[in-house]
Design a protein around this ligand. Structure first.
Ligand SMILES: *Cc1c(COP(=O)(O)O)cnc(C)c1O
Length: 359
């Protein structure tokens, strides 16, 4: 198996727990029955509870990666009559821009750097918009936006607020009700720490009312909402990942709820950040999520060289960046089944790589 005995610090797929892995080893059951409908209902209920969704919210379960959640949300919920303000602070924001372009949804590419948008009122273009779209954690650079302030802004300007929370769910706080969020997009392989293949679009009652008739069969939300009433999906779901999601949500609850998971991720990220302060690395952004740390070498070393060295010499997987940031930054995920002992393997490897003694 590739990477089976490696230490995993990549921002998706992330380190999974033994309990979740064990479910993946079992026979996939038949699903067009009451037993599996119960699983779907449990997943829906658990997710809605986790993000504090308003009464009457629903979840669309799609067998696809997270980008399909992003694209399907746009095509089902926005029209050519809309005008979307799309926050673009990196690769995933750029993807929302591409999605709007592909589907001819009027939009502004709101390029953002060096701010978490806690000053969005000053920075946003003064045009009139109908919708605000953001990736709460821009995973390509490890930048967390101020969703609280953005939600207040969205409410004030009556903007339909779509939040991709894929890489901050379970590690960083999000609250659909108090932050005025209309749509949350989730995906299995990041904070939820499951295998890739399942994406979830959480719709508030306002979003449900906005669902359009669209020229698309597989991603038609109306079909999913109708089938979902009896705990089913129009087409074969990622059955095993749904079973793993049900177990994962129960696991989060058993361990003290999502607040506890967030505290744990905060604790792990702070431990990691404090432990590497003797290394020639600096933080790429002051707006770091608990989910991830993005680092820039300060000694002229290429980031790629560090990523390769850690993988080849220590079986430790951190994440390189592509394009123009290839040599400038690399990313360390704190999502998934992390303990201080596990993170110590990475920290020790980093000190050994630099031939600096860990204090
Ligand atoms: C990983 C990720 C996605 C989804 O990417 P896929 O490869 O399609 O699963 C979307 N948004 C963010 C912020 C992500 O981190």
């Amino acid at each position: 198996m590739i990477y089976e005995d490696y230490y995993i610090f990549t921002p998706g797929p992330v380190k999974m727990s033994d309990e979740i892995l064990a479910i993946g080893a079992k026979q996939t059951p038949y699903f067009r029955n009451k037993k599996f409908s119960e699983v779907t209902f449990n997943c829906e209920k658990g997710l809605l509870e986790m993000v504090n969704a308003p009464e009457g919210s629903r979840v669309i379960f799609l067998t696809a990666s997270g980008t399909a959640g992003m694209e399907s949300a746009v095509i089902n919920l926005l029209t050519k009559e809309d005008k979307a303000l799309v926050v673009n602070g990196g690769g995933f924001g750029g993807r929302f821009v591409d999605i709007c372009k592909t589907h001819s949804i009027p939009h502004t590419n709101f390029m953002v750097e060096d701010t978490n948008l806690n000053n969005i009122e000053e920075l946003a273009p003064k045009d009139s918009y109908t919708s605000l779209i953001v990736n709460a954690h821009e995973t390509s650079v490890g930048h967390l936006y101020d969703i609280n302030t953005m939600g207040t802004y969205a409410k004030k300007h009556n903007l339909f607020f779509i939040v991709d929370a894929i890489s901050m769910l379970v590690t960083d706080p999000i609250d659909m009700s108090s932050q005025n969020i209309d749509v949350i997009i989730a995906s299995s392989q990041k904070g939820l720490a499951l295998p890739p293949g399942l994406t979830m679009v959480i719709l508030s009652p306002k979003a449900i009312n906005r669902v359009q008739d669209i020229d698309n069969l597989y991603f038609n939300f109306k079909d999913y909402l109708k089938n979902g009433e009896r705990g089913q999906t129009p087409y074969t779901p990622a059955v095993t990942i749904m079973l793993q999601l049900e177990a994962r949500l129960a696991q989060i609850k058993r361990r003290g709820g999502v607040e506890q998971s967030i505290r744990r991720a905060k604790d792990i990220s702070e431990y990691f950040r404090a432990s590497i302060k003797d290394l020639p690395l600096k933080f790429y952004t002051p707006y770091m999520p608990n989910a991830m740390t993005t680092l820039t070498p300060t000694d002229g070393k290429s980031a790629m060289e560090i990523v390769d060295g850690l993988e080849k010499r220590y079986k430790v997987m951190v994440c390189p960046n592509g394009g123009d940031k290839r040599d400038i930054i690399f990313r360390v995920s704190h999502m998934g089944e992390m303990t201080k002992a596990y993170v110590d393997v990475l920290i020790d490897a980093m000190y050994d790589f630099y031939k600096i003694e860990r204090r």
